[in-house]
Design a protein around this ligand. Sequence first.
Ligand code: NAP
Length: 249
Amino acid sequence: MLTFNNRTALVTGAGRGIGKAIAETLAKHGVTVICVSKSADSCGATAAAIVAAGGKAKALAVDVADGAAIAQAAEALLKEFPAIDILVNNAGITRDGLLFRMSEADWSDVLATNLTSCFHWTKLIGRPMTRARWGRIVNIASVSGIMGNAGQANYSAAKAGMIGLTKTLAREFAGRSVTVNAVAPGFIKTDMTTEFVNNPEASAKILEVVPLKRFGEAADIANMTAYLCSEEASYITGQVFTVDGGMAM
Ligand code: NAP
C-alpha cells in the first residue's frame, strides 16, 4: 500500500482508458480525485464509479485544448479545494497521417490537446503546489515521443515536447519539493488503440516489436503513475518511465 495522506488530485482525460484507471487507482488510495474530461458524461461516469466504490471524486467537463476554459476551471477549483496536490496531465488525442498529408488543423489540435494543455494546467495548479512546498506532477507521454513513429509527426512532437517540459519543470520546481515525471506508455488497450488491437494483422505486426508479446492494460500505467504520486516517490524527479512491454529498450 502506498502512502498518500488524504491528498487531492486532478486527472485530465479521466473519462476513459488510462485516465479513468489512474483516477480509480488514486481514489482507492484515499485520494480525492477531480476527474476532468471533454464530455460531462464520461468524467461523470468515472466520478460516480469512484463514489459508488466508497471513494471521493468530482467530475468536471473541460476542453483542455482551450486555455481560457482551463483558466476558468482552475480558478473555480482552487476556491473549492484548499489544495490540489497532484496533477496528472493525461488527456490526449491522435490525428494520424503521413506528414505530406497532415493538415495544419490536425497538427494544431494534437499540439493544443496533448502539449499546450500541460503548460496551462501546470502553470495554474503548479503555483499553489510550489507555495505549499509539496506536489506531484505526472505527464502521460508516449514511446512515440522517444522513438518517433511514422504517421504521427504531430503526436510524437507533442509527446517529445511533454518530456522536455517535464525535465525543465522538474528543475524549476525541485527546490519546492514538487516532483515532475513522465510516464511513456507503449501499446495499451484503450479506445485509442481499438482499431489496432482488434485487427489481427496489425496487432501481430505490433507485437513483433514488443518483447513481452502482449498489449498493456490501463492498470499498468495507473500503477506506475500512482507510485510516482505517492510519498514513497519523493526522491524521483525529471524522469521518464517507459511502460511498454520492453519495446523502447
Ligand atoms: P482514450 O481512451 O482515447 O481517452 C482519452 C481521454 O482524454 C478521454 O477521457 C477524453 O475525454 C480525454 N480528452 C481528449 N481530448 C480532450 C479534450 N480536448 N479535453 C478534455 N479531455 C479530453 O485515450 P487513452 O488511450 O486512455 O490515452 C490517455 C493518454 O495516454 C493520452 O495522452 C495518450 O496519448 C497516452 N498514450 C496512450 C497510449 C495507448 O496505447 N492507449 C499509448 C501511449 C500514450 P472524453 O472521455 O470526454 O472523450
